[in-house]
Each structure stands twice: as C-alpha cells, then as structure tokens.
Design a protein around this ligand. Structure first.
Ligand code: VGL
Ligand code: ZN
Length: 194
C-alpha cells in the first residue's frame, strides 16, 4: 500500500533514550539498530515541514514503576540523568520538533505518550489526523501510544521497520502488533511512504 504524506500527518518517535538501548538500565534488544531508519523517517517528515514528536520516559528517582517502589522495572530514565538522554545518534531536527515527557510524577506511570501529557492538544492545534509511530518498546510504550492515539480518533501507522520490543514473555511483540492492528492501526514501512 502506497502512502503519501499530507499536511495532516505527524511522526511520533517513542522513548529512544540511552536506558532503553543495549547496555542501558532497561535494555530493549537491538533498539540501537533502528536509529538509522528512524533518522530517515525524521528527515523525511522534516523535509516536508511536518512535525516530529519525541516522547521520553522521564521518571523521578522513586517512581512507582521501579522495583522497591511497587513496580517491576529496574530504575530507568531518571530525570536529568545520562540514561534519560536521547541516544546521541538520534537526529533531532532544530525546528518543528516537540519533546513530550511522560511518567513524570512519582505515583503514576504512563506507557502512552498521550497519558498525562499535552500531546493530543499539540496534535489537534496543528490539525494532525494521522500519526506515524516508531521507537521502543513495541510491546509497551509504542503499543500504548498507538492505542491511545486510535482511541482519540487519530489514524495510526506503525512503522514496522523502526520498532523494537522487549518480549519479556515470548510472543509479547507479536501480540502487541496484533492488538494494534485489531484496533485499526496499519503496519507500514519506509518503502511504502512517499
Ligand atoms: C517502557 C517499560 C518501562 C517503554 C517504559 O518505553 O516502553 N517500558 N517504562
Ligand atoms: Zn518507564
């Protein structure tokens, strides 16, 4: 299926932070391998004057998702630490980009970039109707961002060649993709997008 980008489209790059990369606090296998492809998408959207949103996990040091504080995850993406920075090779455009921090309050977690943020308002202000979503993790924040967008009425495209998952339980990634498609998302890749 060929997809032509229009002025109602936006790119959402999910959580491409050091802690989610190999060697980080909560590594997603091969997460760094998708950076070149994500950069292609980012430059494509930039070249068309379309907005690019970068979500980031941005937790306080005692966040409830952390082991010892009620959660299941090792501490990760603690505000203002190197692990919370975007991977240095990720291309961040100088203009028309937005950083969306989530999971910022101690007592709430957010797997969706829409949860507790102004992402929906920023998209609506710009007349965005279709979101293109890549990043990590397929089975957590990518999935929940796509499902959140769909339930808010956006059309959602999952960038199949620019996502990586955790697969804590084998099959989680496949199930996550299936769930997104069942709710109406479209799975696509760079060769289909113009
Ligand atoms: C994520 C686990 C915990 C994600 C964030 O970005 O997918 N996963 N916090
Ligand atoms: Zn987190």
């Amino acid at each position: 299926m060929r997809i032509k980008l229009t002025d109602r489209d936006a790119l959402i790059v999910v959580d491409m932070q050091n802690d989610f990369m190999p060697g980080g606090a909560l590594p997603v296998p091969d997460a760094d391998k998708i950076i070149p492809r994500l950069n292609e998408y980012i430059k494509l959207f930039e070249s068309k004057g379309l907005p690019v949103f970068f979500t980031r996990d941005w937790h306080p040091p005692d966040h409830i998702s952390f082991k010892g504080h009620g959660g299941i995850w090792p501490p990760h993406c603690v505000q203002d630490t190197p692990g919370a920075q975007f991977h240095p090779e990720l291309y961040i455009p100088p203009d028309n980009k937005f950083i969306i921090s989530k999971g910022t309050s101690r007592d709430f977690d957010a797997y969706s970039g829409f949860q507790g943020t102004i992402l929906d308002d920023l998209l609506k202000e710009r007349g965005v109707r279709r979101i293109f979503v890549g990043g990590v993790a397929t089975d957590y924040c990518v999935k929940n961002t796509v499902l959140g967008g769909l339930s808010l009425g956006y059309e959602a495209f999952v960038l199949g060649d620019a996502i990586k998952g955790v697969d804590l339980k084998p099959g989680d990634v496949e199930r996550a993709i299936d769930q997104m498609l069942t709710k109406g998302a479209v799975l696509t890749e760079i060769s289909e997008i113009r």
